[in-house]
Design a binder for this molecule. Sequence first.
Ligand SMILES: [Zn+2]
Length: 335
Amino acid sequence: MRELRRSVLSLICCAVLVGCADAGPNPTGSANRTPALTESPAAASPTGPISPTDATSPTDATSPTRAPATASARSGTPTHPSAAPTRSSAAPVIIIDPGHSGRSIRRTEPTTGLTDFDYPNAPEMHEVYEVSTCVADGLRDLGYRVIMTKKDADDTVGLAERARIANKAKADLAISVHNDHGQNPAFQAVYSQRGIRHGDRYRPMWRGSGSNRTVFDHPAVARASARYARVIARERGAVLAAEVDVAEENFSGRAGLEPGNLALVQLLAEVPWVYNEAGALTGGSTTRRMTRAAQTAYAEGLLQGVVSAVPGPDAGTEPASPRELRSCIDRQHKL
Ligand SMILES: [Zn+2]
């Protein structure tokens, strides 16, 4: 059943774009000559915000062997084996990345040679923009600094540009917000820059082939991303009273896009990034809008997830209630 859902998914949502969920094994990835990471006790630590200890853990030495080209190496930018800087005296910076662009994009990302591809995807792009706006409002109310990668649902912003926005801001956490009208609401998933553990190992996260093969080369960021992904999955699941999968991407076999197991926007990021998907098949129709109740629940789960992952300056203050979030969603519909 799962396989069927995955195949439908790839047709409907972000399809060949970035992150529609195909959590299955990646045979191409397993053929990677790069050794998989060995799990360490530090990497398996309980979920929670990054501590300075985590960011400078000796386990960084277990970074994956680089493929001939990495995003950092190609750009000439030094690699950063540390997570986003800690901010003891300033509010955390959160990037909220609503999925999809107002116009179609197909560009070659210069530092990696990979394809930066996106397209309009209604009603998803409007729904997730509304959800993102309400999450942003809820975080700002708690004192966070929030940057949206789009200023309007119809904005056209490439994936490389979205990553650049987060890198420039030295964000503590970035979240992409997508949904999938090919999947029923039982499908709920998050994807990190570390992937999932297979036995005692993590596969390298990568995209592309040949000279364009690019491996994610920020191990501490990857660990932070994985921890945050688990926290966000837990909080989204609590709101839904359902399981939210922490899954691994699979881009193999998607026409026009390079194989790999990491969304381009996450590959190009130098900050922890958690990619979110939510089934939005409504009333048996792939074009009918998701309900406002479902949007509210998505917003609540994301808001609670970010607050739990990266505590803000007003820790202890209750985030916006479901009723307040629903009011926000309703206001977005009236705009
Ligand atoms: Zn999408």
